[in-house]
Write a protein of this length. Structure first.
Length: 133
C-alpha cells in the first residue's frame, strides 16, 4: 500500500514537518487545522470566526482528496477554553447532519500561534456524503 500526500492552497500551508493530509487507500488522516486564513496565513479574530475557519480549512483539504466533511468519521477538537464548547456545538451543527462523526473534545493550555481552537480528523472516502459543505 502506498500513501498519498494531500495538499491544497485552499487551506493553510503546513507550517512544520507535516502534510495537510495523508491518504492510505480510502482513509484520509487530516492534520490539525487552526483558524488561519489560507490567503494571509493570519489567525481569524475571535473564537467563532476561528471555529468557522477551521471547518472551512478541513473542508478544503477534504475536497482536495475527493471527499467532503460528510466523509468525516472521527473529529478531534482542542480548545484553550472549554467555556466555548456550546458555541462549537452550535457552529458544528451548521456543517454536519446526522449521523455525526465520532468526536473528542480536549481542553489544552495553548495552541500554535495563539489559536483558541484546533481540529483534526479521519475521513473515509465513499461513505457519508451528506454534509452541508
Amino acid at each position: 500500500m502506498t500513501k498519498q500526500i494531500i495538499s491544497t492552497s485552499a487551506a493553510p500551508k503546513a507550517i512544520g514537518t507535516y502534510s495537510q493530509a495523508v491518504r492510505a487507500k480510502d482513509t484520509v488522516y487530516l492534520s490539525g487545522q487552526i483558524g488561519l486564513d489560507p490567503s494571509t496565513m493570519q489567525l481569524e479574530e475571535g473564537v467563532e470566526a476561528q471555529i468557522h475557519r477551521v471547518f472551512g480549512n478541513l473542508s478544503a483539504v477534504a475536497k482536495a482528496c475527493g471527499g467532503s466533511l460528510g466523509n468525516l468519521v472521527k473529529l478531534n477538537v482542542y480548545m484553550t477554553d472549554l467555556a466555548h464548547f456550546p458555541k462549537l456545538n452550535e457552529i458544528m451543527g451548521s456543517y454536519f447532519t446526522e449521523p455525526y462523526p465520532a468526536r473528542a473534545a480536549v481542553g489544552v493550555a495553548s495552541l500554535p500561534k495563539g489559536a483558541q481552537v484546533e481540529m483534526d480528523g479521519i475521513l473515509v472516502l465513499g461513505i457519508g456524503d451528506t454534509d452541508k459543505d
